[in-house]
Design a protein around this ligand. Structure first.
Ligand code: UGA
Length: 431
């Protein structure tokens, strides 16, 4: 089928590339000319394992195109995917201005019956509004149906998730449209669940809110484990053996970051508030996460009277491994605070340094390796559990002024750290 994808951010680009991989002819549309030119040459604007390879392959097979021209992009499309951003507004609600603009563009440019598929995470009721906006601005006499198709990919494993996901959710009030988009997705070999539009929109928010709740829950358990000398990893394992609970997303640490959980949890609180429902549980989840992002600072401040002039190494800056995404990363809160307290901060991340430079204090010093960041420091903080950091030779910490490691992601074995003689504090595990 002929498919257009509007917006080549993380969701749009991965969606477009994967749809071309299963044989569709896909045109990705973006307003950023320089980015479009790069993508036409097979260069991915984001770091995502396997993405560039699939881009190059499908461009060569003549079924993946990038353009800035809407009309050209929509020409002959059987389905137009909306995958533009819905940034967080000051009050926590999602900003729909980009989605609305695409709806107007579609209304002006489509020239045949088209199914509009919403990939962007949008508040309940938005797809109905998209339909209204398109109908109100429609230039040609064509039929437009709307399908809500929320995205469940994880950054860093998006390609793998596309072909091995747990479900594809399609919400529509048109059987014809739902069936057409089911056909589009068949090649992924992932179970398809069809429902109404509003339930599909809600599934996305409820899923992210539930996963965020699991994380904040286990982080609170970890904080209690810290105080009663229990081991949160054993607790999570024992809990996870109960199939009703499941063992995923029970990894304690310094909270969740990224472009989704922080934004979507706040948006759902706002959605509930709009219908006069106080989502108390989710408010607690958000509050716990803010507290948890500062955990390493609390542990460090307990250990030193003052951080003035102390050299602190920070390992890992991205919000999680295998991505260069720095959005809502705990490293932002942590490094800003360290610098405010007068510490000298030496950071290392395998790939997120360029993005970090645009977000973190210009007083940060960036090093090219774990070794260089750690050498001569008074303390090392671990923020992101990159494989490279988890598998580092522990002897490296001996090059510090004093070997003190405070680990926000439980990267190392307690026994090994003891063996090597490193003072080691982690999250919810006995010291
Ligand atoms: C998340 C969801 O997992 C995806 O299903 C969803 O499609 C996506 O948001 C989205 O809405 O677009 P993502 O933000 O890429 O995906 O990353 P996750 O792997 O879910 O991790 C999110 C954060 O939670 C990270 O900071 C990670 O370190 C943290 N986390 C995750 C924990 O602290 N503990 C865990 O057990 C799992």
């Amino acid at each position: 089928m002929n498919i257009s994808v509007v917006g080549t951010g993380y969701v749009g680009l991965v969606t477009g590339v994967c749809l071309s991989e299963i044989g569709h002819r896909v045109t990705c549309i973006d307003i950023d000319e320089a980015k479009v030119e790069k993508m036409n040459n097979g260069i991915s604007p984001i770091y995502e394992p396997g993405l560039s390879e699939l881009m190059t392959k499908n461009i060569e097979k003549d079924r993946l195109f990038f353009t800035t021209d809407h009309a050209n992009g929509f020409y002959n499309a059987d389905a137009v995917y909306i995958a533009v951003g819905t940034p967080e507004k000051e009050d926590g609600s999602a900003d729909m201005k980009f989605v609305k603009q695409v709806a107007i563009d579609i209304a002006i440019d489509v020239s045949k019956d088209t199914v509009v598929v919403t990939k962007s995470t949008v508040p309940v009721g938005t797809n109905d509004k998209i339909k209204e906006v398109i109908q109100a601005n429609l230039v040609n006499n064509v039929r437009i149906d709307v399908v809500s198709n929320p995205e469940f990919l994880k950054e860093g494993s998006a390609i793998e998730d596309s072909f091995n996901g747990d479900r594809i959710v399609l919400g529509s009030d048109s059987e014809y449209a739902a069936n057409l988009i089911e056909e589009v997705n068949k090649g992924f070999g992932v179970p398809i669940y069809k429902t109404d539009i509003r339930s599909a929109e809600m599934i996305k928010y409820a899923s992210n809110a539930f996963l965020a709740t699991k994380i904040s829950f286990i982080n609170e358990i970890a904080n209690i484990c810290d105080r009663v000398n229990a081991n949160v990893e054993d607790v999570a394992k024992g809990m996870g053996m109960d199939k009703r609970i499941g063992d995923k997303f029970l990894k304690a640490g310094i909270g969740y970051g990224g472009s989704c959980f922080p934004k979507d949890t706040k948006a759902l609180i706002q959605i509930a508030g709009n219908v006069e429902y106080d989502f108390e549980l989710l408010k607690g989840v958000v509050k716990v996460n803010q507290k948890q992002q500062a955990l390493l600072l609390d542990k460090l401040n307990e250990r030193f009277d003052s951080l003035e002039g102390k050299r602190i190494a920070v390992l890992g800056l991205a919000f999680k491994p295998n991505t260069d995404d720095m959005r809502e990363a705990a490293s932002i809160v942590i490094t800003n605070n360290l610098i405010e307290q007068g510490a000298e901060v030496f950071g290392y991340d395998p790939i997120a340094t360029d993005n970090a430079k645009t977000l973190l204090s210009d007083k940060m010093v960036y090093e090219g390796s774990v070794e260089a960041a750690v050498e001569g420091s008074d303390a090392t903080l671990i923020i992101t559990e990159w494989d490279e950091i988890k598998h580092v030779n522990l002897e490296v910490f001996r090059s510090m002024k004093y070997p003190l490691v405070i680990d926000g992601r439980n990267c190392f074995s307690l026994d090994k750290m003891k063996e090597v003689g490193i003072e080691y504090h982690s999250v919810g595990r006995p010291t």
